[in-house]
Design a protein around this ligand. Structure first.
Ligand SMILES: *[C@@H]1O[C@H](CO)[C@@H](O)[C@H](O)[C@H]1NC(C)=O
Ligand SMILES: *[C@@H]1O[C@H](CO)[C@@H](O)[C@H](O)[C@H]1NC(C)=O
Length: 434
């Protein structure tokens, strides 16, 4: 113990030294560029804040975490009693305490919850340990905002851990799926809640958690940075409408690894504003595959860059790896790598669709989101349709720098237009003309 503390203290001293050194060099740059006094003093205040925070994190790590259990705040966990207020009260306590805090949702119980907002910033370094089941209300009137069930907003350094048992159940079938206009055209299209939303958080971890039968999107990560998602299992039936597994938007530096997703929409969808997205060891199916987009809808400007999918197995999905953009958008989707992927019985194993339209009618437009530098490497398997590779790129902004390397998909041909494609080793099927 004494030895470990010496090491930790040494590390803390070293970190403080490095932080001071980095700040000092940043100040030098500031002074060089701007000789405004205010600029420098802001930076000094920030430095003091950083040091204070680092000290409290280090202090927290030297102590055992405090546990705050929802049952201490009156949560019943009988699956029927409304436990929402007990969760809010437990959150207030856990968030405002200092040091490392575990907010515990005990194992073996089911907590019935209406919509729930858990806001930061928190004083503590918080781990939410969901070992029991969270079960969503099926009454529309129980949702303050019809687009969200559980939301974490503005909580930095948050960990959500499901142990091996934690489950988040959106109970989407009756109220939400049955009444979806995607299922029944006679119904009016209305909003439906995302089961779990993480909004505006830095340093987020979501581990060992099961999420199922969301009302709509299962897990949404919006406007976050430095995110690790691992060992999650996300499930819903193939015909559940819009139940994207993990939806990533406006988020930088995110890794999703070792996860299993089977759902009614995209296993993972990556939307505009996302940068440096890593997906490793994903099992996907049923579902609509891994999608970038749709980008550029309603003539919007979209940017996505640095997406790597490395290691994935897709079975029986509508798409394998897909990039979709709407006509009339602008911006770019660039530096994308899909590699080491196995596909089994996938409708559209490899697809770029720049004519994506999810309305009843889309008109032809000149502009498009520019797609460039996309590598497909070591991808094999079988196509469930007679087209294994589709590159339907924009006439005015053809796809640039598409590379196929060791791609072997059996059972279908390639359909390519307006795409600048380079075939390297062993590519089957090949685009006949570009
Ligand atoms: C190709 O991808 C498969 C997974 O689909 C993997 O098992 C294999 O090791 C990869 N081959 C190389 C040379 O990386
Ligand atoms: C490809 O896109 C064009 C518009 O650029 C569209 O007219 C055509 O139907 C699309 N082809 C396929 C096979 O989707």
């Amino acid at each position: 113990m004494a030895h470990c503390c010496t090491v930790l203290t040494g590390l803390l001293v070293w970190s403080l030294f490095m932080l001071s050194w980095c700040e000092a060099s940043r100040n030098n740059i500031n002074r060089y560029d701007h000789s405004y006094g205010t600029f420098k003093s802001n930076s000094l205040i920030k430095r003091r804040d950083d040091i204070t925070r680092l000290k409290s994190v280090a202090r927290a790590s030297l102590r055992l975490p405090t546990t705050v259990s929802v049952s201490d705040f009156g949560a019943k966990g009988d699956g029927k009693t409304d436990d929402t207020q007990a969760f809010v009260n437990a959150w207030k306590k856990a968030c405002s305490s200092s040091g490392a805090v575990n907010l515990l949702v005990p194992e073996g119980k089911t907590y019935f919850l209406k919509s729930l907002r858990l806001n930061g910033p928190c004083k503590s370094v918080l781990t939410v340990q969901i070992l029991g089941t969270l079960s969503a209300s099926q009454q529309r009137s129980d949702y303050e905002d019809l687009s969200k069930w559980i939301t974490f907003d503005g909580v930095n350094s948050l960990t959500v851990d499901g142990g091996a048992t934690g489950t988040v159940n959106g109970n989407g079938a009756e109220t939400w799926w049955e009444n979806s206009c995607k299922r029944n055209e006679a119904k009016k299209c209305t909003k439906a809640p995302t089961a779990l939303t993480f909004y505006n958080s830095k340093n987020l971890r979501v581990n060992n958690l099961r999420v199922k039968d969301a009302q709509q999107i299962q897990i949404s990560i919006e406007k976050c940075s430095n995110v690790q998602v691992s060992n999650v299992e996300v499930t819903a039936p193939a015909d559940s409408p819009n139940t994207d597994g993990i939806h990533i938007t406006n988020t930088q530096n995110i890794q999703v690894s070792n996860s299993i997703i089977g759902t009614g929409d995209d296993c993972i969808s990556i939307e505009s504003g996302s940068q440096n997205v890593q997906i490793n060891d994903l099992t996907c199916g049923p579902g609509h595959g891994i999608s970038i987009g749709s980008l550029g809808d309603d003539n919007s400007k979209a940017f996505v860059s640095g997406v790597t999918v490395d290691g994935a197995k897709l079975s029986g999905t509508d798409n394998g790896v897909r990039i979709k953009t709407n006509q009339g958008g602008s911006g770019t989707a660039s530096n994308i790598i899909f590699q080491n992927i196995q596909m089994e019985n996938v409708e559209n194993p490899i697809i770029i669709d720049q004519d994506y339209c999810d309305k009843s009618k889309c008109t032809e437009q000149k502009s498009a989101v520019q797609i460039k530098n996309v590598v497909y490497r070591n991808i094999s398997g079988t196509s469930a349709s007679d087209i294994a590779i589709t590159f339907n790129c924009s006439k005015n902004y053809p796809c640039q720098g598409i590379v196929l390397d060791k791609v072997n998909i059996k059972g279908g041909k390639a359909s390519c237009s307006n795409a600048n494609v380079m075939d390297k080793d062993g590519v089957l099927p090949q685009c006949k003309s570009t």
